[in-house]
Structures are given as structure tokens and as C-alpha cells.
Design a binder for this molecule. Structure first.
Ligand SMILES: Cc1cc2nc3c(=O)[nH]c(=O)nc-3n(C[C@H](O)[C@H](O)[C@H](O)COP(=O)(O)O)c2cc1C
Ligand code: SF4
Ligand code: SF4
Length: 383
């Protein structure tokens, strides 16, 4: 049977699933609950010096998606309601009682000396690792953990460097997807000594408008998380993995065991979960681990690390995507519903009484009809 133990940034984790910074890391006790539920690593809610604490913000969650389909959530987050001293004196020690690595997520704003002070405080408190939150999208510009640091390679490098110089435990830098080039930010963090990179944090959003009252669901912009952000996260992890050598912790929309494997295949060694555990409960950790074990066994992989980066060789930037001849072909599963006919903007599909015919001279092989066909009855020949 596959052994799920995972080494990450020099630390041994019993499995690769880590509790992401957020409500599950509210206190030592909530983290312990996650460890008992099977999580392989525990990350605290952001511990900050200049704080707008989360408990001041009411309400702060809005569901996105209709009743049947949850695609994500907006939250307006602040930092932990516990001061750094409380985490240092009490909460980190409680979290550590489960013998699972504890990662202190910290933020200290524009004064880089405060980063050193906070990092040292958490190391002395017993944290096994640090995660530097350079990426919260919905904090005022001058607060501890606003996104601007993580959007600037020079500031990212400065903060990473000062923390690295002041602690001996591994440090992980948490990045935002809201940048022109995440490769540059990853390189800045790795170049300044980061032992690992985590990505992504939430993305600034407005959840929606209640058209009856004409008011927004939450009256401020906030962070988008959950299933809808997974494709953005996958792209970011792949880009980071293709740019730097440090290990990566993948975050963003992970809900199923397949999501975990995908995140690993694009380069993540560990995978963090926040929203799915808030919506489905902490039991999700054990369920995912069981399925991941089954998958690894079936594929003959001994450890999760064997999957890491497997897909990277197939992923190219846009400039290198080379067009190949493709033409649609209708298979015997077709029910003649006609959806594909209205789908093709090149008029390459004809509906006859009994059959659906592709006019191959007109087909550009774009693949839209194959994606829309409810019967999966269209293949692209040549793939
Ligand atoms: C309610 C909530 C609070 C969060 N608080 C923090 C935080 O304090 N620090 C941090 O670095 N990330 C925080 N995050 C971001 C998550 O750690 C994670 O990066 C993001 O939600 C994407 O993962 P998910 O789709 O699994 O939730 C928070 C996310 C949510 C939903
Ligand atoms: S959408 Fe699919 S099932 Fe419907 S007519 Fe086209 S090929 Fe047939
Ligand atoms: S692959 Fe694109 S161009 Fe070809 S038939 Fe389908 S929708 Fe039309």
C-alpha cells in the first residue's frame, strides 16, 4: 500500500494534506480538531501585528453559485483575533499536542523589522515552519498583510530575506495570483531564501447583488475562494514549478481527491484546503486520503511525491502551443439532439433526418461542439 508520508521543505508530514490558513486555524483547539480528522499539517489563521481582526467584520461570508451548484465563496477576512503574544504563549503549543507539523502564518506589513520580530516570536513558540502571508487581497494598503508586498518582487525579496536571516525553521512564502507575472514573484522569493512557496491566496471579488434590494451580498470587496478558483491555482502552480526549484504547496478550490492529484501533477508537493473543509466539515481530510491512497495503489506509485510534476512536460505557454490538424467526428452515441449544430460558428455541422454530418472542409477543429455535446458523441480526430 502507498505510504502517504511526505517530506516538504525538510519537514516530515504524515500526509500531504494541510489545513490552509483561515477559519480552521482560528485557535490551537480548532487546529487540533483538524489533526484528529486526519490533516497532515496545520496552518494558523494569519497572526499579524497591525491588525484588523476578523471578528470585527460582520457578516463576512457570501455563497457564490445557485442552490444546486456551489462554485465558491466571498469572505471578508481579517487577521486572527488573538494577538501574536497569545499565539506564542498558548495557542501554538496547544496545536502541537497532536504531533502534526504546525505552520505559523504571519504578516507584519511594510516595516520589515516587524517581520523579523514576529517570525522570531513564532519560532521560539515552537512553530515548525512559517508561512509569510504576502497575498491577502482585501486589506487596507497600509495594513499588515495587504497584497502589495506580494505584487512586488523587490518587497517580496526583502521580506523573505529578513525572515530567513532571523529564524532557522523553514519559511514558505504565500503568493497571490493577482500579478502580471507570478514567475517573477516566485523567483524573488526563492532567490531570497524561501524554503517553499505556497499559492494561491484568494482573489478580490464582489460576490453578487441582491436585485430586489439593489444591495451587494457583502458591502465590500473580498476574497474569492472555492472550486471556481482551481483552474487559476493550477496555472499558477504550474508556472511556479516551471520557474523555481523550491517545493510548492498548492492551494485553491481543492474539493475532491482528483483535485489533489491534479494539483500534485502540476508541481505541488503538499496541498492545502480551506473552503471545502468549511463547507463539508473536517471529515473531508480522511475521505480524501483514503481515495488518494487507492489511486496511488492502482497506479503503482509508492508515495504521493511520485506524482509531483508529472504533467508539467505537457504544459506549454501560449507561444509554444503548436496547431495540429483536428477535425470533428460524430460517433454512434449521438442522439441527434442538434445541440452541436447551433454550437458550430463555422457552419460545419449539418443535421439530417437520421444523422449528424460534419463538413470537414469547414471544420477548424476548435472542439467547442465536443465540449458541449451532452452525449460525448463528438471526437476530434487526430488527437
Ligand atoms: C474565510 C477565509 C479566511 C482566510 N483567511 C486567511 C488568512 O488569514 N491568511 C491567509 O494567508 N489566507 C487566508 N485565506 C485563504 C486560504 O488560505 C486559501 O489560500 C484560499 O481560500 C484558497 O483555498 P480554498 O479554495 O481551499 O479556500 C482565507 C480563506 C478563507 C475562505
Ligand atoms: S450534440 Fe452530440 S448528441 Fe447532440 S446531435 Fe450533436 S453529436 Fe449528436
Ligand atoms: S470542432 Fe469547431 S469547427 Fe469543427 S465542427 Fe466542431 S464546433 Fe465546428
Amino acid at each position: 500500500l502507498a505510504d502517504l508520508e511526505t517530506e516538504f521543505a525538510g519537514i516530515r508530514f504524515p500526509n500531504p494534506l494541510i489545513v490552509a490558513s483561515g477559519p480552521l486555524g482560528t485557535s490551537g483547539e480548532t487546529l487540533k480538531r483538524c489533526a484528529r480528522a486526519g490533516a497532515g499539517g496545520l496552518i494558523t489563521k494569519t497572526i499579524a501585528i497591525q491588525r484588523r481582526i476578523e471578528t470585527e467584520l460582520k457578516p463576512r461570508y457570501a455563497r457564490i453559485g445557485d442552490k444546486r451548484c456551489f462554485i465558491g465563496m466571498q469572505n471578508i477576512g481579517g487577521s486572527s483575533h488573538f494577538k501574536p503574544e497569545i499565539w506564542a504563549q498558548k495557542e501554538i503549543k496547544i496545536a502541537k499536542e497532536c504531533q502534526v507539523p504546525v505552520i505559523a502564518n504571519i504578516a507584519a506589513g511594510g516595516d520589515i523589522n516587524n517581520w523579523a520580530i514576529l517570525a522570531t516570536m513564532m519560532e521560539n513558540a515552537g512553530a515548525d515552519m512559517l508561512e509569510l502571508n504576502l497575498s491577502c487581497p482585501h486589506q487596507p494598503p497600509k495594513s499588515s498583510f495587504a497584497v502589495p508586498i506580494g505584487q512586488n518582487p523587490m518587497l517580496t525579496s526583502q521580506v523573505t530575506k529578513i525572515v530567513k536571516e532571523n529564524v532557522s525553521i523553514p519559511i514558505m512564502v504565500k503568493l497571490t495570483p493577482t500579478v502580471n507575472n507570478i514567475r517573477d514573484i516566485a523567483k524573488a522569493a526563492a532567490g531570497a531564501g524561501a524554503d517553499a512557496i505556497s499559492a494561491i491566496n484568494t482573489i478580490s471579488c464582489l460576490a453578487g447583488i441582491d436585485i430586489a434590494t439593489e444591495k451587494p451580498l457583502i458591502p465590500a470587496f473580498g476574497g474569492y475562494s472555492g472550486p471556481a478558483i482551481k483552474p487559476i491555482a493550477l496555472r499558477c502552480i504550474a508556472e511556479i514549478a516551471q520557474s523555481v526549484q523550491v517545493p510548492i504547496s498548492g492551494i485553491g478550490g481543492i474539493t475532491t481527491w482528483q483535485d489533489v492529484i491534479e494539483m500534485m501533477m502540476v508541481g505541488a508537493t503538499t496541498v492545502q484546503i480551506c473552503t471545502a473543509a468549511m463547507w463539508k466539515g473536517v471529515g473531508i481530510f480522511k475521505n480524501l486520503l483514503t481515495e488518494i491512497g487507492v489511486f496511488l495503489d492502482k497506479k503503482g506509485y509508492k508515495r504521493p511525491v511520485n506524482v509531483v510534476g508529472k504533467s508539467l512536460k505537457h504544459i506549454f505557454p501560449f507561444e509554444k502551443y503548436s496547431p495540429q490538424y483536428r477535425v470533428a467526428k460524430v460517433t454512434s452515441s449521438c442522439t441527434n439532439c442538434g445541440i452541436c449544430v447551433e454550437t458550430c460558428f463555422y457552419d460545419a455541422i449539418q443535421r439530417n433526418k437520421e444523422t449528424i454530418d460534419i463538413i470537414s472542409e469547414r471544420c477548424f477543429g476548435c472542439g467547442l461542439c465536443a465540449q458541449r455535446c451532452p452525449m460525448h458523441a463528438i471526437e476530434l480526430e487526430g488527437m
